[in-house]
Design a protein around this ligand. Structure first.
Ligand SMILES: Nc1ncnc2c1ncn2[C@@H]1O[C@H](COP(=O)(O)OP(=O)(O)OP(=O)(O)O)[C@@H](O)[C@H]1O
Length: 813
């Protein structure tokens, strides 16, 4: 239970002069410009602070006369318990804020008590907080507008917890009497001997800051705002939107309904500086939704553009249970996955709208009401969504897609909650942009004035004055009058994880775990083994990697006996690192004395950071072609010109052994013998018959071939239609071009780009192809089967574990 101490009345000086203070009355201390006045003012400030619970009283000081009145209190600034105003303009602006603050306190009290002090006492709750405004100025010199505003504030302030301490001469001057007569006046003649020293103040402030940091926050509990009882679980119907809980506004629970046809609030924006409670709020929103609606009524798509730690626990990673409402989870999302989710939802939107139309309905609510069928609401939460705009080359497309999504998808019951630390710098998200216009729900945690205005609207700086765990909830596009300062509920994971487990137990039989996308995860060929083997014996196919999509399907490419079915991989397959100091044995874990049988040693040896994607692409292409070949009519000829280090790191030995173990021993060719092999293969083309084996000539690191015979051009041109295909990796496209010869570039249908210059990419794939090389990504073009290049997470080189899994899928052991 909260203690509610407040320095409503203090005793001043050695004489113990009683004065009404915090939440009760204003004080006018007549200024005589001597040290005593400052000391008395400081004593009032200190006693107000010490008599009130730590953190419950904020000091705001406008020391116009430079009396140094705030100096010993400086230790409070870090905790936002002291605010210093420097110019008269700042005082004027602050008075406007105070007006809003007092208005807000009145809305909370709703006339149920005469003052905040009485209201707190009656309810026993820490509703709102107190402010002591200290002004040292010759009040008659302030401008009339400020004085008029102050007169209103001084009259209304104390009842709303705002107290003024004015240190100014001549309280009986006609030009200021309308102010001083709202105060208890302490004149210069009052017999008062100050009894606190500057040292006492400094020490007391240090102590106060310490107590404040240790004080239990007395948070609003999740259970206080959301009915977590089993009876309340999944009782909600999402036909007309979904309602989530946020926290307490005074004595009321703040709930927000998103997607209702009546209120027309379809999307939300959440902002807040680092550590001010954004992640906590998202957890509160998600769990209150999941408690209220069953997975049939509500589906979630959750994307995190940061490290994705909070979302991890909603997936069945390292444990069995998962959050059954979630369809897709993006941990460490990237723009491509963000866009893939939006595309996926666009398809859902189109399907739903077609369905509604068939029943002559315009939106989800009408459809549900007229048919009685259940169609879920979909809520998409994108944390740090502004990071989707960081890549300038894609920002325009992302904004267009987000605008479309926030504008259209509502009719299909799809709503967005966009969260961000910072939006002020995003020009694309300026207040006039469509995304903002479609996002009436604004929730702002503490932030800079600029961010507050960016979230709530020009002039609405309320978020700059919040404490951690508080938020301004505004359901009217940020209109100042609609600000509500809400104490956000505290999402204690002990409580939430119990709920999640319970939901899972109830839903595991009719839900699937969410699809989890982790942009940094290493994916290997075994992820596709079921698919690869299901149609074994069918047309030859290459398995390249995982598409960036909801569901993460594999990208496979037909590799049958048709002209052009050759594959070229371009660019560095790994980040260049300075390997001069790196001991290969250390990197691979294979000691000098270790066996040459790398296949056994490799499992832990492949340093995932340093695997080579080009090598992986070729290895995996060969394995997929071999695995799917049930006739046993394929020859694999490999020329590996990579250095020994790369071969070891990417376990070429293990690869050869595996090919042999599945019935396709690899014929290995030295670099100097490659020309002869190429010549022979080219010569053999005319006499090849349908009974001849398919031939796959695979070259790793072909840039090293200085004297590629001219017949290579003939081979790539005429080979595929006769069952002879080339799969090669070149670092440089210029070397590739000189190898294939003039006019033969087009006989490589499949071109895969890794780390190489965008100009080189454009030379191969056309001037409008955008490609920024990144770790763990490849751009795949297939001039026959893909309408445009596709970004994939390429399968990395096979390791022991992958080979075991594939073997067991193949042979059942
Ligand atoms: N409503 C609340 N009540 C009590 N404590 C809270 C509340 N919200 C946040 N906190 C405290 O603040 C800490 C930071 O909160 P949170 O992680 O949600 O901030 P954030 O804004 O998401 O930060 P970041 O952007 O760094 O992830 C929490 O660990 C918690 O201790």
């Amino acid at each position: 239970m909260a203690t509610l101490n407040v320095a409503g009345r203090i005793a001043l000086g050695r004489e113990g002069l009683p004065v009404d203070a915090v939440g009760r009355g204003n004080i006018w201390l007549e200024e005589d410009y001597g040290p005593r006045t400052v000391q008395i003012a400081q004593e009032i400030m200190l006693k107000s602070l010490l008599g009130t619970d730590p953190g419950e009283l904020e000091l705001v000081v406008f020391d116009y006369n430079l009396r140094g009145v705030a100096a010993p209190f400086a230790g409070l600034q870090a905790d936002h318990l002291l605010r210093v105003l420097i110019t008269e303009k700042e005082l004027g602006d602050y008075c406007v804020k105070l007006e809003q603050h007092i208005h807000g306190v009145h809305t909370v009290i709703q006339g149920r008590q005469r003052s905040l002090l009485d209201f707190r006492r009656a309810t026993g709750k820490r509703v709102e907080s107190y402010i002591l405004v200290v002004i040292t100025a010759d009040m008659y010199m302030l401008n009339d507008h400020t004085k008029e505003l102050m007169s209103i504030l001084m009259a209304a302030g104390p009842a709303a917890g705002v107290t003024f301490l004015i240190v100014s001469p001549t309280p009986d001057d006609a030009s200021v009497m309308f102010l001083s007569n709202k105060c208890h006046v302490i004149t210069t003649n009052t017999s008062l001997t100050p009894n606190v020293s500057a040292n006492t103040i400094i020490d007391s402030c240090a102590d106060l800051a310490e107590r404040f940091s240790k004080s239990t926050m007395d948070p609003v509990l999740f259970e206080d705002v959301c009915d977590t009882s089993p009876q309340a679980m999944w009782t909600g119907n999402s036909s007309d939107g979904v309602t989530f809980d946020v926290g307490m506004y005074g004595l009321e629970t703040t709930r927000v309904t998103i997607g209702s046809n009546r209120e027309q609030l379809h999307n939300a924006l959440i902002t807040g500086a680092v550590g001010q409670g954004k992640s906590n709020l998202i957890a509160v929103i998600l769990h209150s939704l999941c408690q209220r609606y069953s997975p049939r009524e509500l589906e979630l798509y959750l994307l995190d553009f940061k490290e994705g730690v909070t979302l991890r626990q909603y997936a069945n990673i390292d444990h069995q249970d998962y959050l059954p409402h979630v369809r897709a989870l993006g941990l460490e999302s990237d723009v491509e996955f963000g866009m893939a989710v939006l595309q996926h939802l666009y398809a859902v939107y189109q399907r739903r709208m077609r369905l509604f139309k068939r029943h002559s309905c315009q939106n989800i609510k009408q459809y549900r009401e007229s048919t009685g069928a259940v169609v879920s609401r979909i809520v998409v939460v994108i944390d740090e969504f502004q990071m989707m705009l960081d890549d300038k080359s894609m920002a325009r497309d992302v904004v267009a897609m987000l605008s479309k999504s926030t504008r259209l998808f509502r009719a299909a019951g799809i709503h967005f909650i966009l969260a961000s630390q910072t939006i002020a710098s995003g020009i694309e998200l300026s207040k006039d942009s469509d995304i903002f216009a479609q996002t009436p729900i604004r929730i702002a945690h503490r932030n800079s004035i600029r961010e507050s205005e960016a979230t709530l609207g020009l002039g609405n700086t309320a978020a700059a004055d919040l404490h951690m765990g508080q938020a301004i909830v505004n359901l009217d596009y940020g209109a100042i009058a609609s600000n509500r300062k809400v104490a956000v509920a505290w999402a204690d994971d002990a409580v939430l994880s119990r709920l999640r487990r319970n939901w899972w137990i109830h839903a595991r039989d009719f839900t699937r775990p969410p699809y989890v996308y982790d942009g940094t995860k290493v994916i290997r060929l075994d992820a596709a083994s079921a698919e690869m083997l299901a149609t074994r014996g069918g047309r030859p196919e290459l398995f390249v990697g995982e598409r960036i999509s909801v569901g993460g399907s594999s990208l496979k490419l037909d590799f049958g006996e048709d002209s052009g079915r050759n594959m070229a991989v371009f660019g560095a397959g790994e980040e260049q690192f300075d390997d001069a100091d790196i001991d290969v044995d250390e990197v691979t874990g294979i000691g000098p004395g270790a066996t040459d049988d790398a296949s056994d040693a490799d499992a832990d040896a492949q340093d995932e950071e340093h695997v080579n994607n080009a090598i992986g692409l070729l290895q995996n292409a060969a394995i997929a072609l071999a695995l799917r070949n049930t006739k046993g009519n394929a020859q694999f000829i490999v020329c590996d010109l990579t250095d020994a280090d790369a071969a070891k790191r990417n376990d070429m030995n293990g690869f050869y052994q595996f090919m042999e173990s599945i019935g396709f021993p690899v014929q290995r060719v030295e670099g100097k013998a490659l020309g002869a092999v190429v010549n022979d293969l080219a010569d053999s083309l005319t006499s090849r018959t349908a009974d001849d084996d398919l031939v796959y000539l695979i070259g790793f690191g072909l840039d090293k071939v200085a004297d590629m015979p001219k017949s290579f051009g003939k081979l790539v041109k005429d080979g595929p239609a006769k069952g002879v295909h080339v799969l090669g990796w070149w670092m440089k496209t210029s070397v590739f071009e000189s190898h294939v010869g003039f006019g033969n570039n087009g006989y490589f249908d499949i071109k895969i780009m890794l780390r190489l210059d965008e100009r080189e990419v454009q030379r191969q794939l056309g001037p409008f192809t955008a490609w920024k090389p990144r770790a763990n990504r490849a751009l795949v073009a297939d001039s026959t089967y893909l309408s445009e290049p596709v970004t994939v997470i390429p399968y990395t080189p096979v390791n022991l574990e992958t080979r075991r899994r594939i073997t067991s899928a193949l042979f059942g052991y």
